[in-house]
Design a protein around this ligand. Structure first.
Ligand SMILES: Nc1ncnc2c1ncn2[C@@H]1O[C@H](COP(=O)(O)OP(=O)(O)OP(=O)(O)O)[C@@H](O)[C@H]1O
Ligand SMILES: [Mg+2]
Length: 357
């Protein structure tokens, strides 16, 4: 039992006959920063809202600090949630927006003032307390929304895509602010995002969801380097991992077109003629001189990004391969290259997407 953290056991959610969460088990250590990622509609918000108590749990149990909160009112769970839409009261000052929840809970006026002061200092919005939301920038408004959560002194913070309304530059600075906030407050935080960089940089643990199920939960390094299946491998990382279909032949090599790749997998898992998916990240492909243990590929598009270049290539048998290229040599559309991924960087999957080890 996660005495100090949070635990979800067999959590399910159905809307009528529609099952959207299919039995989620998850352990969250006290003080951890957990990030939920997954395609649109996979159930991230539903899961977060069930933790918050905004959505009824169809089956299973949610415990916070060893206490079963499954059927408790949101206000009794010790959580605070920050949404994508800030939902600030437009006619109230920042100060009153921050203190409103506490006032409703009949908190002492001096206590409200102290907490508003402390939260606005942490978020560096103390000079904005007399303004109204309409007189703030997007980033400042988002700070007020986070401040409203902080003043409640929750055990757990829940964030549902809090930065997705902000422009790219502001997202980066707010991301760093949220990392700092987590460090300073030390609370457990659960954070939903579509942003790869936010997930990788903020998380202690990334939870990859698909169709209402957890595909993998692990540290950023684990999900990136040791993906449980081809879905996780393809979802984490940008541009996504190349998945090249190859045909296993008896002698420890697989064929891609006329090219031969050495496959260091136990032979008993594969029979000659079996298809094997070779996963190789764009950043791990190296342009080499010859065809030995490499894939021949023709460049379709060469994207120059300054400092790095993405080469969109076609293999001999017409599969797409993206390579990140950092060398100086000018590579152009139509050029033919040999690309090699070091064996320790290769990940293998069967046709169903299960990892082969
Ligand atoms: N009130 C509802 N009634 C019926 N189905 C719902 C309801 N709310 C959500 N769903 C469905 O539940 C599934 C999960 O939705 P959810 O909002 O949790 O996805 P999400 O992962 O947060 O997606 P996004 O990334 O787009 O925010 C979706 O298929 C959605 O259509
Ligand atoms: Mg959502």
């Amino acid at each position: 039992m996660a005495k100090n953290g949070m635990r979800l056991s067999g959590v399910r959610k159905s809307y009528g006959a529609l099952d959207v969460i299919h039995g989620v088990d998850l352990e969250v250590e006290e003080g951890a920063f957990v990030v939920f990622v997954g395609p649109s509609g996979c159930g991230k918000s539903t899961l977060l809202r069930m933790i918050a108590g905004l959505e009824e749990v169809t089956d299973g149990e949610i415990a916070i600090k060893g206490r079963d909160v499954t059927d408790l009112d949101p206000s009794e769970r010790g959580i605070a949630m920050v949404f994508q839409s800030y939902a600030l009261y437009p006619h109230m000052s920042v100060r009153d927006n921050l203190g409103f929840g506490l006032k409703m809970a009949r908190t002492d006026a001096s206590e409200i003032e102290a907490r508003v002061k402390a939260a606005s200092a942490i978020l560096k919005i103390d000079h904005l307390l007399d303004r109204r939301p309409g007189q703030l920038s997007g980033g400042q408004r988002q700070r007020v929304a986070i401040g409203r959560a902080i003043v409640r002194k929750p055990e757990v913070f829940l964030f549902d895509e809090p930065l997705s309304n902000l422009d790219a530059e502001l997202r980066v600075s707010m991301r760093i602010e949220i990392a700092r906030l987590h460090r300073e407050l030390g609370n457990t935080m659960i954070y939903v995002t579509h942003d790869q960089t936010e997930a990788m940089t903020l998380a202690d643990k990334i939870v990859v969801l698909k169709d209402g199920r957890i595909e993998q939960a692990g540290s950023p390094r684990e999900v990136y380097e040791d993906p449980a299946n081809s879905f996780v491998a393809g979802f984490i990382g940008s541009p996504r991992m190349n998945m090249i279909e190859a045909e296993w032949s008896a002698d420890g090599v697989a064929k891609v077109g006329d090219g031969l790749i050495k496959v260091d997998l136990a032979q008993d898992k594969l029979a000659p003629g079996d298809k094997v998916i070779l996963g190789m990240r764009p950043e791990h492909l190296i342009v080499v001189a010859g065809e030995d243990d490499a894939l021949r590929a023709t460049v379709d598009v060469s994207e120059y990004l300054g400092g790095t270049r993405y080469l969109y290539c076609q293999t001999q048998d017409g599969q797409t391969l993206i390579a990140e290229y950092r060398e100086e040599a000018d590579i152009q559309r139509g050029d033919t290259l040999y690309l090699r991924c070091p064996p320790e960087r290769r990940r293998y999957f069967d046709r169903e997407g299960n990892r082969l080890r």
